[in-house]
Design a protein around this ligand. Sequence first.
Ligand SMILES: Cc1cc2nc3c(=O)[nH]c(=O)nc-3n(C[C@H](O)[C@H](O)[C@H](O)COP(=O)(O)OP(=O)(O)OC[C@H]3O[C@@H](n4cnc5c(N)ncnc54)[C@H](O)[C@@H]3O)c2cc1C
Length: 271
Amino acid sequence: MRGRVDQVKGDQLPPALQDKRFKGKVYRLAELVVDVPSLIQRLADLAGDGLLAGQAIEPFLEDGILVGLKVDGREIRAQRIVLSAGAGTAALLEALGLTQPAMQRRPLHMIIAKGPSLKPLYAHCLGGGTKPRVTVTTHPAADGQWVWYLGGDIAEAEGVAREPAEQIATAQKELRQLLPWIDLSTTQWATLRVDRAEPLQSGLTRPDNAFLAEQGRLLVGWPTKLALAPDFADRVIASLARDGIQPGPAAPLPELPKPPMGVPAWEQLLP
Ligand SMILES: Cc1cc2nc3c(=O)[nH]c(=O)nc-3n(C[C@H](O)[C@H](O)[C@H](O)COP(=O)(O)OP(=O)(O)OC[C@H]3O[C@@H](n4cnc5c(N)ncnc54)[C@H](O)[C@@H]3O)c2cc1C
């Protein structure tokens, strides 16, 4: 809320809030909504034939020094190795025999709702606490319906402790109280347990920057927010530039197995 906000009213309101029973105040934040599947597709296109689908990633050591990675037995020598596997990074570090940088997980129990009465809404619902009571993002499902992905306070500690059925009942109660004009009778529900992965920190402060640690040829980090992924990339590029790292002569790559596109959680859980 410290960012730039403008109050919106009437037909400027998001469609899901356009009802005479709506009593709250609505402010528009100057933030982007990113279509994540198309972002991933674009990154994959840009990566071209440099993408390799692998199962087993092991360190490639020479005289005890890390000189690259072995992916399913394929030896890849590299001037620099960047690990950015989100929650998977801790296990990769362990495979490399490293304990630093330490990672922490913050578990969430998200709720997924899909139904013909849901309209696009991207919003934080602020209550009295320091965290948003509910945060909603909307995603198009393959069958043309809209999916609401609900998080915020409801998905934090108490939500993590709830069983899925209880968590769904809590979300239904919240939505009936907050948005009683939305017909939930045909809505399908699921929950998703997912961890945020970030560098271990003391206290509850949240990072404002991407995190990158360097150790010889190895760079390891977490953007901590998708919005900070460009900051993460800038930090990697600055490190390469500082050390004068240039791509080596291009050799033709063999035909490599390509990773398939991921399938959004809602398509898996509510097909
Ligand atoms: C519920 C939720 C809501 C969020 N909402 C927002 C938001 O609104 N705005 C925002 O900016 N950020 C948000 N974030 C944070 C954002 O999702 C992450 O910061 C971002 O995805 C981090 O990107 P990443 O590529 O580092 O990690 P990830 O997106 O986690 O990707 C890591 C990838 O590495 C793969 N991987 C893991 N281990 C291995 C291995 N050993 N070998 C090969 N591959 C491996 C994984 O399968 C995964 O595909 C949210 C996070 C959560 C959990």
